[in-house]
Ligand binder design. Structure first.
Ligand SMILES: [Zn+2]
Length: 290
């Protein structure tokens, strides 16, 4: 019996979880592809990614922020989505999208910042539409140190008009109208603003209120069609969400953090993710960009 197999069996016998530690995923710097096509495996909050590609730091209509974080990887469908949305924003003169985190080279749990983003189908896009970014490529230092400003007035639920623009509404609508987008997480105040202006539109269903998300919005794609091991999220409610469910987000209950009983357990990933984590990137195809 090989030593490694023995250790693995010993771990199983002792009841240890076979879930890889989060930091294993965070320390990997190369994507790997198992099989013929890219595959998102598992769920957004407990999964991984085979066949990731890295978003180039610059493209028409966008620039990638925080390049040192090793979170510029996504399913090829996500890369295409970002590039396509950025093309639209460029053509419509809505500004340059500043792209925050996608996922890690093989997906999986991150050490900080997100519970999701694990299957290469999530991306954070800043609300900041910098005029600097429209005329030049941002310096590495700027990408690392600029902060994403909140669109809320300090200590309140009110949108700060000096940081909000009609372009934001158009970008959110354009993103939500795309059939491959499952949902978009925004601050409840952003949802409320859209409801006052666009109520009744079907795409508004996809705009979902969530805590935080006042300095960026979070786009989540549906599971790609041929990704059999990808677990999607429950279907969206039928209504546009401009109702009592939205009012709840402004209640005391929603704003009072519930103290966690204990540190949450790390997610248990599908067994296939173990194969992705341990695969040798040297011997498999490792595409950089489609
Ligand atoms: Zn996010």
């Amino acid at each position: 019996m090989k030593f490694s197999v023995f250790i693995l069996l010993l771990g199983v016998l002792l009841g240890c979880s076979s879930a890889p530690a989060a930091n294993n995923w965070a320390t990997i710097h190369q994507a790997v592809q198992i099989g013929d096509s890219a595959q998102s495996i598992g769920s957004y909050t407990a999964g991984c990614l085979s066949g990731a590609v890295s978003l180039p730091p610059n493209g028409t209509g966008y620039q990638l922020m925080r390049p040192s974080r090793n979170r510029s990887y996504g399913h090829p469908d996500l890369i295409r989505f970002i590039e396509s949305l950025a093309q639209t924003t460029h053509l419509q003169n809505w500004g340059v999208l500043l792209i925050g985190d996608l996922g890690q080279p093989r997906g999986g749990p991150t050490l900080s910042g997100h519970r999701s983003h694990q299957t290469g189908l999530d991306v954070d896009i800043w609300y900041l539409l910098s005029q600097q970014a429209e005329i030049r490529s941002l310096e590495f230092n700027e990408r690392e140190t600029w902060s994403a400003p909140s669109v809320l007035a300090a200590q309140s639920d009110a949108i700060d008009d000096s940081r909000w623009s009609p372009a934001h509404e158009k970008i959110l609508e354009a993103a939500a109208r795309r059939p491959d987008v499952d949902r978009i997480f925004v601050n409840p105040s952003v949802k409320r603003l859209l409801c006052t202006r666009k109520s009744g539109h079907d795409w508004l269903r996809k705009i979902r209120p969530w805590w935080g998300h006042d300095d960026h919005f979070h786009v989540r794609l549906k599971c790609p069609l041929n990704n059999k091991n990808c677990a999607g999220q429950e279907p969206l409610p039928v209504s546009d969400g401009c109702d009592a469910s939205l009012a709840w987000w402004f209640s005391e209950e929603a704003k009072t953090p519930v103290p966690a009983a204990k540190k949450p357990e790390p997610p248990v990933l599908p067994a296939l993710c173990d194969v992705v984590l341990k695969a040798d990137s040297q011997t498999k195809s490792n595409p950089s960009h489609p």
